[in-house]
Write a protein that binds this ligand. Structure first.
Ligand code: ARG
Ligand code: GLU
Length: 721
């Protein structure tokens, strides 16, 4: 009898463990409470305090937000940091020209003097975080309306934030978690002098480019190196020649031991946003209404831009960054759509919603409290899907990021608004210099013929896909004036406009007088942008904002209910660009029938893809030679140079550049992407196919050492053999 019982218990325990998938992006200060045991079972040999602590130097002191939306980590005690090539790319491009083409040739500072400063680039460290839910909700009464509650919460938050910033130079903010069911305070320190130290050529750092993007197997050496500078007291300071390398409390030791299938991995970084707890209606809106149209629109943009890049090296440099941006989400949407369709995400969510509703019905009080949520969602999403699409679609054509000259012309509205101003003669100087500051930057990356093609193609798509009642008035007028043949008017418009030529633009600004204002306000390009703003304000945004606000109120309630429904099961909060821990193990996956992907790639794979005819696959000659000579130094594993590896860490956009850490707490990789079959993990993680892609740190070291010869950088790192 005893034996029988035991036999029955064991399988239960085993499946219990298995069912604990590695999904989740966890909160550093709650690791001790919720995760550390599981992490240690998986192979982590350190403690929660080694990850996050306010009392001693720990990993969090070496992890930063890099620029706006990436992660980076310190790898030396002299402020040296590593992040992705695609995260540093904007800076690499900014320093590039046809004479100094760092995109194509790479860049390596061989001494501190050669490092390149980057105005506007900053990195931000977390000093500490704290659960402030009680303080935020202090004084909230059941009887209050939602508006009253929000108002009180906001004033509580303001007090918490100003308290946290008293007597220091830190920046503090409070962020909602679980859709506003919990609140955390974050106190940060930002460094502003960050210099470019090294970047491999694009054919390494962006190898395979948009073709290989979001796909495994992958061979991209996606890293770049920067150095943080501080003042003499090690505090943040604006760029100055007198600044000195930042001395961090902690930097990551780097492991040369290699990566094996099954090894523990942890990703510690800044995931931007996930939508794990939304209702089925939201997924339906995205994959059946919004994504298909947005994908087509971006396909059209990319066709034009890529063709021009391929036929002109100058345009290739100018549009490299824009193209990556457009292409990256475009491809992710396609992957998410495929993934969610295959996974049956809508049906799975619907099944959950049925069970949830049964659970509500089991208790009268519960049903009274939460029973309205799902029916209300259904009603709102019926309209929201329409306005969501119109808003995104119009924005991608007549707003910023659409037809380029229109976005640029929008910056001149300040000048036009001065027309009726009594003090206009005084105010105009400031307005002119604000505009002037943007001109060179805009035209550096602007190719008029490309934009003219975008103009014709995108206006056609606008007419086909935006219902007439939501079309901008000026669009309709232009359409009527040319009988819908935009190519017939594009030449003339682009030949005359001050927004399509740097010369015309500067000439206009330098000889500005108020009687020339009509050159802005009569310009068809300017008028399209203004008119689009009008219809947005008058007809689209009022509805779209009302519906979005209603959804966000429901989200908070639905989340409360889901937390209650989950009982003892701990739910992780959606990503919100705060520091998180994801853990799991290195491992391959079944991609599709008869195709299993192993967990790592090597330099051999790069040589297999080598193709001098294709820019993104044209392996640098030096790398070919190193491969021929098998000159691998101490960076090889089983006679090969490792390039990338995959694991089942739950990551998302923003995790680019995040440290990938082994069981001993040493750096083994730099996260940069996810594998195609699993990219729907922002909405639903698929344990069998969701994989994050990381650069193997030994590939970066090999390149720094053997390819670039920047060995002085290795000397300042802490390498663990
Ligand atoms: N997919 C990765 C991310 O979301 C890499 C993007 C950069 N690479 C590219 N080829 N666009 O950021
Ligand atoms: N490449 C992404 C980034 O820039 C990371 C990949 C992902 O979305 O998981 O953050």
């Amino acid at each position: 009898m005893k034996k029988l019982l035991l036999l029955m218990i064991i399988p239960l325990l085993l499946t219990g463990q298995k069912a604990r998938s590695d999904e989740g992006m966890w909160i550093p200060i709650l690791i001790e409470q919720f995760n550390i045991k599981i992490m240690q079972e998986k192979g982590f040999m350190l403690t929660a305090e080694d990850i996050y602590s306010v009392n001693k130097a720990c990993m969090k002191d070496a992890v930063m937000i890099f620029g706006g939306g990436c992660t980076g980590e310190l790898i030396s005690d002299r402020g040296l940091l590593i992040t992705n090539h695609h995260c540093g790319f904007g800076r690499i491009q900014a320093h590039s020209s046809l004479e100094h083409d760092y995109i194509t040739d790479g860049f390596w500072a061989m001494s501190a003097e050669e490092e390149l400063p980057n105005p506007g680039l900053s990195v931000t460290f977390l000093k500490y975080m704290k659960d402030v839910t009680e303080e935020v909700n202090a004084g909230i009464k059941k009887k209050m309306t939602e508006e009253e509650k929000d108002e009180l919460r906001n004033s509580n938050i303001a007090a918490i934030v100003s308290g946290a910033m008293e007597g220091n130079d830190y920046r503090a903010f409070v962020r909602p978690f679980y859709m506003g069911n919990q609140f955390f305070l974050f106190v940060n320190e930002t460094y502003m002098d960050v210099r470019l130290v090294g970047a491999p050529p694009s054919a390494v750092g962006n190898f395979g480019s948009d073709t290989d993007n979001w796909v495994w197997p992958r061979h991209t050496g996606d890293f770049s190196l920067f150095r943080i500078y501080a003042d003499r007291d090690n505090k943040p300071a604006a760029y100055s020649e007198d600044n000195v390398p930042y001395k961090p409390a902690y930097h990551f030791p780097i492991s040369l031991k290699g990566v094996q299938e099954g090894d523990f991995t942890m990703v510690f970084g800044y995931p931007g946003s996930t939508q794990q707890y939304v209702p089925s209606y939201h997924i339906d809106m995205l994959i059946n209404h919004v994504y298909p149209k947005m994908i087509d629109l971006r396909t059209a943009k990319l066709d034009i831009i890529v063709a021009d890049m391929e036929s002109d090296p100058g345009v290739r440099i100018q549009y490299a960054s824009k193209r990556s941006g457009i292409s990256n989400s475009w491809k992710r949407w396609i992957g998410e759509m495929n993934g969610m369709t295959k996974l049956g995400t809508v049906a799975k969510k619907q099944a959950f919603e049925r069970e949830f509703t049964e659970w509500l019905k089991a208790k009268n009080k519960r049903f009274k409290q939460y029973g309205h949520i799902l029916p209300a969602y259904e009603e709102i999403y019926a309209d929201l899907k329409k306005y969501n699409l119109i808003n995104s679609y119009s924005g991608e054509i007549l707003g910023r990021g659409g037809i380029e000259a229109i976005g640029f012309a929008g910056r001149f509205s300040g000048l036009v608004e001065l027309a009726g101003d009594e003090n206009r003669e005084e105010s105009v100087k400031g307005a002119l210099s604000r505009v002037e500051r943007n001109v060179a930057g805009f035209f550096k990356n602007y190719n008029m013929p490309t934009d003219k093609k975008l103009f014709v193609e995108l206006l056609n798509l606008y007419g086909e896909n935006i219902p007439e009642e939501y079309q901008a008035e000026e669009y309709k007028k232009l359409y009527a004036s040319c009988n819908g043949d935009f190519s017939a008017v594009a030449d003339e418009i682009y030949q005359k406009s001050i927004f399509t030529s740097e010369e015309r633009c500067m000439e206009f600004l330098s000889g500005f007088t108020f009687d020339k204002l009509h050159m802005i306000s009569d310009d068809p390009i300017y008028k399209l942008g203004i008119s689009s703003g009008e219809i947005l304000r008058e007809k689209i945004m009022p509805e779209y904002s009302r519906l979005s606000a209603a959804v966000s109120d429901l989200n908070r309630e639905y989340m409360t209910a889901q937390l209650e429904y989950a009982g003892d099961k701990v739910l992780w909060p959606d990503a919100n660009m705060t520091l998180r821990v994801a853990y799991g193990n290195v491992g391959g996956y079944d991609a599709r029938d008869a195709v299993y992907h192993t967990h790592y790639t090597t330099l051999r794979g790069i040589m297999e893809k080598d193709n001098p005819e294709i820019y993104d696959y044209n392996v640098p000659q030096k790398l070919r030679e190193l491969y021929q000579a098998k000159d691998y130094g101490r960076y090889a594993q089983d006679g090969e140079i490792p390039v990338c590896f995959i694991a089942n860490n739950h990551t998302t956009g923003g995790n680019s550049g995040s440290p990938v850490i082994n069981g001993e707490g040493h750096l083994i990789g730099v996260n940069f992407d996810r594998a195609w079959e699993g990219v729907m993990s922002d909405f639903m993680f698929n344990p069998t196919q969701s994989r994050n892609i990381s650069l193997d740190i030994r590939y970066a070291l090999f390149l720094i050492d053997k390819f670039a010869g920047a060995t002085y950088l290795l000397d300042e790192m802490t390498l663990v053999e």
